[in-house]
Design a protein around this ligand. Sequence first.
Ligand SMILES: [Zn+2]
Length: 398
Amino acid sequence: MLTAKTRLGKIISLGNNYKKENLLVLRDTEKFSCPVCGEAVSLKLGNQRIYHFAHRSGTICKDFYESETIYHMEGKLQLFHWLKRQQIQAELEYYDPIIGQRPDVMFYYEGNKYALEYQCSPITEEIFIKRTNAYCQHNYIPLWIIGGKHIKAKRSNIFSLSNFQYFFIRETKDRQLILPSYCPEEKQFHILSSIIPYSVKNTLANHFQSFIQDTRVDEVLTPNWKVHSNFSKWTNENERNTMNWSLHPTTDQSRFLREIYQHNLNLYLLPPEIGLPVYHSLLIQTPGIIWQTYLYLDSLEDKWPNDFIDLKDVERNFNYRIKTNEITIRALPQLTGVSSFFAVKEYFLELEKLGLVTKRSETMYQLQNRIYIPKSNREKEERRKEFLQKYKSILAKI
Ligand SMILES: [Zn+2]
């Protein structure tokens, strides 16, 4: 930690750029204690890159600091200085006794109070939700930023994200979904946007990186660099991934395969309209190709042109698939206001652009054309080429 109390109860913050010789004198003459638990802490002035306070071993409060690493302390200190350089009122390791939480940096920006949590070590979903809710209930806007060491591209624009990394997805003021991270070694922000997963872990995403000295706070809060996703790339990755898991399916995937065979469908002969990328598909952990096939079986397969499709029925079927664990919703503690069914609604909007359905009211669609199921590999390839050609421009805008 970077702050402590002196004997007289004054907070000393190492965010204030003290010189080492002054700190050496202070260490010999002063006694420091932890502002949270009151236990004695020592001032560490070793040859490590960053001076800090440390609890003695055996202190329970240590857990509070999640065995804070140098990387973490460097990161929060750099983020604190970054805010101060922009003339933003900020406090390092501000302790709020009412909620018993201590954001790495508390700051005020455009009339709002923010709790910046720079998180480098995994915490449970339960703790993540608890802290997030406490901030929201006490008029803080939480700003969770993940340590950037872990967000690395597998290939260009392809990322592998863990459940924990997904916790950091936040909705911006203009309703973009972004994942902010910061690396104090590179001194760079890495922000992912247009995160369109094609499997539980793997996703296509746009990656924006920017040196901290060139980045303004609003560029992290509401980035203004919309880039459209590459639809063909997503489709290729999705197909490759589907091919891979179909060779060694898990229990859930086998259940899915059995069900589609019962409907005379074949995973390799699914039409190009099933398995489309939609902006909010990250709300659903189950890959698009699976949940969209279920949706087809439940709500589209038995429909004929001019038949109505009631979204309330679609939602009921969707929820039933969730209940039976055939569709899994992703844990996104910061997106509590957005229902996963939103992704299904977006899918219907795509089907409308493709001329398959027409929207008649907020909850009612009418079928125009049935989705054509290819009968052979050759037919599938032909349909696919035609589809990509014709709809590239429509679907690229996600
Ligand atoms: Zn303590």
